[in-house]
Design a binder for this molecule. Structure first.
Ligand code: PLP
Length: 443
């Protein structure tokens, strides 16, 4: 009997004993195609020799040095690399150990930025419903998934949630995509005005929504409008790219496809590709300058921030992505995956939407295509799909979403950037079989 408290205390999980390329192996020797990269983490697959070599070399040199005493060569090189590869406006880096820590740091950085500038009155954070930013209390507070928040509400800082940009569910037939994007972006302006422009710190959003809704890209123009509105009222734009960033959508940062740059952003999962836990906050010179000309100190920190082993893993992973030209493969295989998903599911009675960008794709499962009605959440269809997929040697990331109280099921795919055409075909074939089996079992 396991002594580890898993998320579900009733879950009987297989024991993972190995991983190679896009496959994981359990103790019985069964192979699983990692079509979700775990939770959109394993961006170069498992067991890459370059990363293993870099980790061994770093371990031989130095495993740990506290950032209160030292910086390290490897963390400096990683920071230089991240800034050099990012668009203008992303100038500095703050390392942490994961996605939730990155969001916590981003929120505190935004608040302290205004304190440094003598604008201590600013205290409100605006975020979106149907979003996920992590499970620590600050991250949970800005997240918009009521199911995750409900039990902990009395502990959460007040956050103001507005509509997500979710065209499949929200756009009316009478609206163009542009009109729809403008309408939801103006909810931000209305909320800022309601709260008083000088009271708002930041707007937080996932550039492409991940876990809660399943690879939902913004409509064209939405983030440009959001950026304009933030600028008009001096509100900081924090983009959470913990899941959709670091190449997953085909560009290093997903926001590059929106023609905007955030003030602050969070990255994690694909940064270290699962070889070590690492996350980062990336931000602009204006933020840095407020700190350097103010207190000279960001009042935050964690024991393991900038960990040399984590930095070595991340640097090696990013080198592999560059040397093997994997972002080109993300674009190519992403298009193929989209095509195959459409061929398999466009006329499926219970798939309402196929969406996403690059190798970040999802299908949304509906009881009724014509009115987009979700299945009864009590059926836990997403969990049945996961089980059926695992039985077929396929790892996918299914979830039940929450849209203003109404739940729907979706299945997220986020395979490693190394996936090839044959593997894309197998993923879609197994997913189709798993979905059909789950639907027939759910009656
Ligand atoms: N932000 C987003 C968009 C995420 O998808 C996640 C995790 O899924 C997090 C934050 C939290 O990251 P972590 O689980 O590493 O704390």
């Amino acid at each position: 009997m396991s002594k580890i408290l898993h998320r579900s205390i009733y879950a009987k999980l297989p024991i993972a004993v190995g991983g190679r390329g896009i496959e994981l192996f359990d103790a019985d020797g069964k192979a699983y195609i990692d079509a979700s990269g775990g939770a959109a983490v394993s961006c170069i697959g498992h067991g890459h020799p370059d990363v293993l070599a870099a980790l061994h070399a770093q371990l031989d040199k130095l495993a740990y040095a506290h950032t209160g005493f030292f910086t390290t060569e490897v963390a400096e090189r990683l920071a230089d690399r991240l800034v050099a590869d990012s668009p203008d406006g992303i100038d500095y880096v703050y390392f942490v150990s994961g996605g939730s820590e990155a969001i916590e740091a981003a929120l505190k950085m935004a608040r302290q930025y205004f304190v440094e500038r003598g604008e201590s009155r600013r205290r409100h954070v605006i975020a979106r419903r149907q979003s996920y930013h992590g499970n620590t209390l600050g991250a949970l507070a800005v997240g918009g998934n009521e199911w995750r928040r409900a039990k902990f509400k009395p502990l959460l800082i007040e956050t103001h949630h507005i509509a997500p940009c979710y065209a499949y569910r929200d756009r009316s037939d009478a609206e163009s995509e542009l009109e729809y994007g403008d309408r939801v972006a103006y909810e931000l302006e209305a909320k800022i005005l309601e709260l008083g422009p000088h009271g708002v710190i930041a707007f937080v959003a996932e550039t492409v929504v991940g876990a809660t809704a399943g690879a939902v890209p913004p409509v064209k123009g939405y983030f440009r409008k959001v950026r304009e509105i933030c600028d008009r009222y001096g509100v900081l734009l924090i983009l959470d790219e913990v899941m959709c960033g670091m190449g997953r959508t085909g560009t290093l940062h997903a926001f590059e496809q929106e023609g905007i740059v955030p003030d602050i952003m969070s990255v994690a999962k694909g940064l270290g590709g699962g070889y070590q836990p690492i996350g980062a906050v990336l931000f602009g010179r204006h933020i840095y300058n407020a700190f350097s000309s103010g207190s000279g100190f960001f009042q935050h920190g964690h024991t393991y921030m900038g960990h040399p082993m984590a930095a070595a893993a991340a640097l090696a992973v990013q080198n592999v992505i560059r040397e093997e030209r994997l972002l080109d493969n993300v674009m190519r295989m992403g298009e193929l995956l989209n095509r195959r998903l459409r061929e398999r599911f466009d006329s499926h009675n219970h798939v309402g939407d196929v969406r996403g960008r690059g190798l970040f794709r999802a299908i949304e499962i509906v009881a009724e295509r014509s009115n987009k009605a979700p299945f009864d959440p009590a059926q836990k269809l997403n969990a049945v799909v996961k089980r059926e997929a695992l039985a077929r040697g396929l790892m996918v990331y299914p979830m039940g979403g929450t849209i203003d109280g109404a739940r729907g099921d979706h299945v997220l795919l986020a395979p490693p950037f190394t996936v090839n055409a044959g593997q894309v075909d197998t993923i879609v074939e197994r997913l189709g079989d798993a979905l059909d089996a789950a639907l027939s079992k759910s009656g």
